[in-house]
Write a protein that binds this ligand. Structure first.
Ligand code: M6R
Length: 614
């Protein structure tokens, strides 16, 4: 939520900052703005709406060249998305400007205090109080770094702040608490951003910051302190992907590109996870085998698509390990006072590693002394850093707001975790585990086969452009796939879509079925015939009431043919691994339907990629 950029160096700060905002626009696109330091004054522009509006304004009224500046792309929390609520915000005298990601929870008290002493605040945002407070410190003689330390001590809530001072063209200063911030380390230039994507075209060396730290960048140095001013250190790392990964590569949308990247993302997420003898090794897990043997309950916590990956994981983990496994929405988790002990393993799944709800859930789990393992795609992000253990997925950057390769690689990580626990605890024989690992290794080719037939899904989407409501049915591991298919359609095509466990239909939802209503049915493979046959009965039930059935089924499953108005084939897989392939037609369908409806697929309305507020 909100993308922020800071730059100091030799290049045009306007170009570097605006380009950085373009790569961060997935984080919020309600408004955008930039401020540069120019010869003792601040110059800039800010506009409601997407970055294109700012681009246009800057083209019409160019800013003077400057080599130091900050910028922001907003997902609105306090105040509607208007020009005057857009960031950066300035202090009373226009000497200090600041951009902010997060929520300053005590802003009302601070605002009253400022107004009581004569300040005139111009926006509805929480951010503007920080600009005024910073400026007051600077006017009292502090450096911008000292001012940031002092102000950060007064703020409550979640914030990343990045600021410049008109009378100091050498430094950009930032503070972070519970919101993302990373430093890009260049030669004669340095960068600050919510995400490495903002500066990956300039440097792949980055510095990860801890909580409650202030960082000052100049052209040649980076200094980190805590909020009291005591020196602190960040952790340097190399980003293992480059600019091409953050570009569309000929696709119309990032989302479509990311759908097609899934065979590679799944393969990369499996790399190096077993030794020559076929035994799984998850070295990065950082928990001893004894600790893993002691686990007597698993609670998976996540939001959105990651939550659905967790629902699939429950079926696999319980089956392979016999450890009871609950799955809980992260924003509900701590409020229900879950029963946690030292032997509870809490698994937090998050593509971004910054989702505030999931972060708060793991903090609660740690307070209760449970062990926390993160499954995450973003190196150096907060959730893995605060967890006891981590399994990184290797999907590469996911920029489309709708998660696709994030989901399939999370499934891979969950399968690996379940199999590893089974290996450590001896609940499955080595050859059984090796057979699943072999099947996982075969999945990238199977995913590719589904993608090779994308055109038939696109044709269906074009045909259903006018659909007002679409249902998705599944059973067992296919049920979360149905939920995920419905979520994709809601967030991209803005039409009513719901996922149901097929067995639940007759308990109420079947009343929704109207003649011609499209109903996707995810059919489990044969092999667990009782499950398969029950799903086929569910299809018959909706068809008997006039639904148009779109059946996703294994190649070779002829038994479904009489009940399918449309048949989408996926390569035959085992029941537990089928979600990897079965979700692909649903992703393709949502992407294409949103495209034909003329929606912005990468930036759906009201959403942001990384939800860093609770
Ligand atoms: O970064 P996270 O995996 O923690 O994000 C969780 C959800 O916000 C995310 O999956 C969201 O539901 C996506 N927009 C779904 O496509």
């Amino acid at each position: 939520m909100c993308g922020i950029v800071g730059y100091v160096g030799e290049q045009s700060a306007e170009s570097v900052v605006v380009e950085g905002l373009r790569r961060l626009e997935y984080r919020g696109y309600d408004s955008a703005g930039v401020v540069l330091v120019d010869d003792g004054r601040l110059v800039g522009d800010k506009r409601a709406g997407k970055l294109a509006n700012l681009d246009k304004a800057l083209a019409e009224a160019p800013l003077p060249r400057s080599t130091i500046g900050i910028g922001h792309t907003r997902w609105a929390t306090h105040g509607p998305p208007t020009d005057h609520n857009a960031h950066p915000h300035r202090g009373q005298q226009g000497r200090v400007a600041v951009v902010h990601n997060g929520i300053i929870e005590n802003f009302a008290v601070l605002r009253a205090e400022l107004e009581g002493s004569g300040a005139e605040l111009l926006s509805d945002t929480d951010t503007e109080v920080a600009a005024h407070l910073l400026e007051r410190e600077v006017l009292a003689g502090c450096t911008l770094t000292e001012a940031m330390q002092a102000v950060a001590r007064r703020l409550e809530g979640a914030f990343t702040l990045v600021a410049v001072d008109a009378e100091d063209d050498t430094r950009v200063v930032a503070a972070r608490r519970n919101s993302p911030l990373v430093v890009g380390l260049g030669e004669g230039e340095n960068f600050l951003a919510s995400d490495v994507a903002a500066f990956i075209g300039h440097t792949r060396q980055a510095l990860e910051l801890g909580q409650d730290q202030v960082v000052t960048i100049t052209r040649d140095a980076v200094e980190v302190s805590d909020f009291s001013g005591a020196p602190a250190e960040g952790k340097e790392y190399h980003v293992d992907w480059d600019l091409t990964a953050a570009e569309k590569g000929g696709f119309d949308w990032f989302m479509r590109k990311e759908i097609f990247e899934q065979p590679r993302a799944v393969a990369d997420s499996l790399l190096g996870r077993h030794d020559d003898t076929g035994r799984l090794q998850l070295d990065e897990i950082r928990m001893s085998e004894d600790e893993l043997r002691d686990v007597d309950k698993i609670i998976i916590t996540a939001c959105g698509t990651a939550f659905y990956a967790g629902l699939v994981a429950k079926y696999a983990i319980e089956h392979w390990t016999r450890i009871p496994c609950e799955v809980e929405l992260a924003h509900e988790f701590r409020y229900r006072d879950p029963i946690l002990t030292r032997d509870t393993l809490v698994v937090a799944i998050s593509q971004s590693g910054e989702t505030a709800d999931t972060l708060m859930a793991i903090r609660h789990a740690k307070e209760q002394r449970a062990k926390v393992l993160a499954i995450c795609n973003t190196n150096g992000s907060t959730i893995p850093r605060e967890s006891d253990a981590v399994i990184y997925t290797h999907a590469g950057p996911e920029i489309g707001v709708a998660s696709t390769k994030g989901f399939t690689t999370q499934l891979v990580a969950c399968y690996l975790l379940g199999l590893f626990l089974a290996q450590v605890r001896g609940t499955r024989f080595g050859d059984e585990i090796a057979a699943v690992v072999d099947e996982l290794a075969a999945m990238p080719d199977r995913l590719q086969q589904v993608l090779d037939d994308a055109e038939s899904v696109y044709g269906l989407a074009r045909e259903l452009e006018g659909a007002r409501s679409v249902l998705f049915l599944g059973r067992h591991a296919g049920y979360p796939v149905a939920l995920e298919g419905a979520l994709k359609l809601k967030e991209l095509a803005y039409i009513h879509a719901e996922g149901f466990a097929a067995g639940e239909l007759k308990h109420g939802p079947i009343a929704l079925i109207e003649p011609g209503m499209p109903v996707f049915c995810i059919v489990p493979p044969r092999g667990r015939d009782f499950l398969h046959d029950k799903m086929v009965s569910g299809i018959q039930e909706v068809r008997a009431r006039g639904a148009r059935t779109i059946v996703v089924a294994d190649e070779g499953d002829t038994s479904v043919e009489p009940y399918a108005d449309v048949l989408l084939r996926v390569p035959r897989s085992s029941t537990l691994l089928q979600p990897l392939a079965a979700v692909l037609p649903l992703q393709l369908f949502a992407c294409e339907l949103a495209t034909v409806k003329g929606h912005d697929v990468d930036q759906p309305r009201n959403l942001a990629k990384s939800v860093t507020v609770e």
